[in-house]
Design a protein around this ligand. Structure first.
Ligand SMILES: *Cc1c(COP(=O)(O)O)cnc(C)c1O
Length: 299
């Protein structure tokens, strides 16, 4: 048994995409940036290619590295700031760049750029007063915003009204908000719902004699798992024999977990899974579900 095993259920990922399609009724552009959130772009993207209208990456380089066009035959948008000023490089990979300045739009016009409008994120995005100028410079036919609230999607519509652009705003958080859907959605995290399981096993069990470990914790029984912060683990919760248990203290390559008196060496420990989704770990980690998924599941 490996120290930590990560299983990505591609059938579930496909079912998730199909479900999103049905729910939103508009185009779906699956976000596979950061190597598909660590799940492996070359594995995930082909599995859902026929179900999506296209993909989103962060940079042209990511699309090239993952051979996105070759393996899927679907176009992509690079959401981040342009990492090339050469429109031919984008066209060759069937990637359209997001642009937010007149300079970027002018240089990349032959690559059919997509305008990124600032509706509050204030990063890699065009401020309201320059929308007209950048649209003109890039002859853009499409615009998007990185939105976390419905009002931002509505603001995108206002700021680009009269231009007859294809518009999109919603990522995972706004999928169920009809007013945020516009002409397409860009889900990332939602692709992996119920689809990723990260496991390990107890390598030791102890009747505790407090204080235990570095921090001197105190429980009646504790176990040890061979996963630490090198493998992305943090203090929080895990599942042992179907029960939620505390991850008490995390070392570099191992961690202490709370166990019941019946636990045995070899018992399975779920660090992430359908019954312990990234959303449930995020509050303990003082972080986002995205980070929890990427840290624990990422390669
Ligand atoms: C990462 C990202 C998304 C996807 O976000 P999720 O919350 O994972 O669905 C959508 N749009 C932009 C611009 C992004 O950077």
């Amino acid at each position: 048994m490996p120290l930590k095993s990560v299983e990505v259920n591609l059938e579930q990922v496909r079912a998730n995409v199909a479900d999103i399609r049905r729910r939103v009724g508009v185009e779906v552009w699956a976000v596979v940036k950061a190597d598909a959130y660590g799940m492996g772009m070359e594995r995930v993207a082909p599995a859902i290619a026929e179900l999506v209208d296209g993909f989103c990456v962060f940079s042209l380089r990511e699309a090239q590295a993952g051979r996105l066009w070759e393996v899927t035959g679907k176009p992509a948008i690079a959401l981040g700031p342009p990492d090339s000023a050469d429109p031919a490089a984008y066209r060759q990979q069937h990637v359209r760049p997001a642009v937010s300045t007149i300079e970027q739009a002018t240089a990349l016009r032959p690559a059919d750029p997509v305008l990124c409008v600032d509706t509050g994120m204030q990063r890699f995005a065009c401020p309201a007063e320059q929308v007209e100028a950048v649209l003109t410079a890039g002859e853009c036919r499409e615009a998007f915003t990185h939105a976390v609230r419905v009002e931002q999607a509505q603001l995108l519509k206002q700021l680009t009204s009269g231009h007859h652009l294809k518009l999109h705003a919603a990522a995972t958080a706004l999928l169920d908000q009809p007013e945020a859907r516009l002409d397409a959605v860009r889900p990332g995290l939602a692709l992996y719902q119920q689809a990723v399981t990260v496991r390990t096993a107890l390598v030791e069990v102890h009747v505790s004699r407090p204080p235990v470990g570095y921090g001197g914790f105190s429980v009646s029984h504790h176990g040890v798992i061979p996963v630490g912060y090198v493998q992305g683990l943090r203090r929080g919760i895990c599942l042992i024999a179907g029960q939620r248990r505390m991850v008490l203290e995390v070392g570099m390559q191992s961690a202490y977990v709370e166990i019941g008196p019946e636990a045995q060496v070899g018992d399975e420990v779920i660090l992430l899974g359908p019954e312990l989704p990234p959303h449930d770990l995020a509050p303990f980690w003082n972080s986002s579900p995205h980070e929890a998924l990427l840290r624990l599941g990422g390669r």
